[in-house]
Ligand binder design. Structure first.
Ligand SMILES: [Zn+2]
Length: 68
């Protein structure tokens, strides 16, 4: 079956391509109106969709840790 990644809109053929789907109930309810929307071509697309962001430690905090 041909589906589409909810983030990048790339096509996913579920018969030949692997894909990612979120199994967490809370996230499903919060982010997806239908099951069809819970499909992503990569982990990166899912992370972008739920706005997962990497926060770099501040340099000052790293210096404090080194002194301990
Ligand atoms: Zn994608």
């Amino acid at each position: 079956m041909l589906k589409e990644c909810s983030y990048c809109k790339g096509q996913i053929n579920t018969e030949i391509d692997s894909y990612f789907t979120c199994l967490d109930n809370f996230i499903q309810v919060k982010y997806f109106d239908t099951e069809e929307e819970n499909i992503f071509c990569s982990q990166e697309c899912f992370c972008n969709y739920v706005q997962l962001e990497e926060i770099e430690p501040l340099e000052e905090e790293i210096n404090v840790k080194d002194k301990r």
